[in-house]
Design a protein around this ligand. Structure first.
Ligand SMILES: [Zn+2]
Length: 323
């Protein structure tokens, strides 16, 4: 029997607690926690940990939160049911590659962290990367991967020693940064593994997006799986603190079919059912339209003019930071 233990956290970017105030009490029932700990197949919805807001970093973070080892165990057994969504999302995110790739030192190797069924690996290969690797901790999405993609995926989590220092041209990581117990160490490890001039391309939820403001705490971004929620300011601060020389933040226009937008939208159950039935009867439901769904993209480049002699000694190279 697994017991979920919680531990205290401070702001995952600046490491301080005294600049934070409580944003929301936890919305978790004991029964739901039991289900989470024992069954762990499907994460409960409309629940979140107690949240604090760091005023210096503009970040929301869970405190207390489950221990990283327990989280790893929960994710290993999590279900995967979003194959179609992953394909549409990959195409949306793939549109950024035409902007990123010409600025990279080369297209030797790209790594996609939290790759799921490896849908984005197909986009990376199509862009011209010679070698692509996907990292994914859960078994279910790897089993769901296409036979040609599966050999490219390693069942693992990304660590500082997963790849040689300064060996990667591009690291991508989508809808994952919110789930990490220590996003700062993750970004520093990514920085260390990238070649000079290489880039880290992140996509996450924007807590300052209009959709998040309108829905308040009923927004799906308030989720038991999310240990922090970023804004453009906090994402930039995370990446600059990790050593990246230049960070570009932009709003993501997700391209999904109309019927998928209807599923995502917080319509009443009855209206949603009626709309989906209506869309099934004609082709409107299949039209693909771009809308801002509350996601932000960050593309952070590792300075190419910096010589690092002792990577382990270097914590912060650039402290400059534009709010
Ligand atoms: Zn902070």
């Amino acid at each position: 029997m697994m017991r979920l233990e919680l531990e205290r956290r401070s702001c995952p970017i600046c490491g301080k607690r005294h600049r934070s105030r409580r944003f929301a009490p936890s919305r978790i029932s004991i029964e739901a926690l039991d289900r989470l700990a024992f069954a762990s197949r499907k994460m409960p919805e409309y629940m979140h940990w107690q949240l604090f807001e760091c005023h210096d970093c503009d970040l929301l973070y869970a405190d207390p939160a489950p221990r990283p080892d327990d989280l790893a165990m929960l994710y290993r057994d999590a279900d995967f049911d979003s194959g179609l969504e992953a394909r549409f999302a990959s195409r949306t995110y793939g549109r950024f590659l035409s902007r990123i790739v010409p600025r990279l030192p080369d297209t030797n190797i790209a790594v996609d962290i939290g790759t799921g069924d490896g849908a984005f690996l197909v986009e990376l290969l199509a862009t011209g990367f010679e070698d692509v690797v996907g990292i994914e901790p859960s078994s279910a999405p790897i089993e769901a991967a296409a036979p040609s993609t599966r050999p490219l995926i390693r069942q693992d989590i990304f660590r500082g020693d997963s790849f040689a220092p300064e060996s990667l041209s591009l690291i991508t990581c989508f809808q994952t940064i919110e789930h990490l117990a220590d996003p700062l160490t993750f970004c520093r490890d990514a920085w260390r593994t990238l070649k000079p001039g290489g880039a880290l391309f992140l996509i996450g939820h924007n807590r300052r997006a209009i959709s998040a403001r309108l829905l308040g705490r009923n927004s799906p971004i308030f989720d038991i799986e999310h240990l922090q929620l970023f804004s453009p300011t906090s994402l930039r601060r995370l990446l600059n603190t990790s050593g990246f020389a230049r960070t570009e933040i932009s709003v993501v226009y997700n391209r999904y079919p109309v019927r998928y937008w209807v599923q995502l939208f917080p319509f009443s159950k009855a209206l949603k059912k009626w709309l989906l039935r209506f869309l099934k009867q004609n082709r409107i439901g299949e039209f693909v339209i771009p809308l801002p769904a509350g996601n932000i993209a960050a593309i952070a480049y590792k300075g190419s003019d910096i010589v690092v002699r002792q990577p382990s000694d270097v914590q912060i190279l650039h402290t400059s930071y534009e709010p």
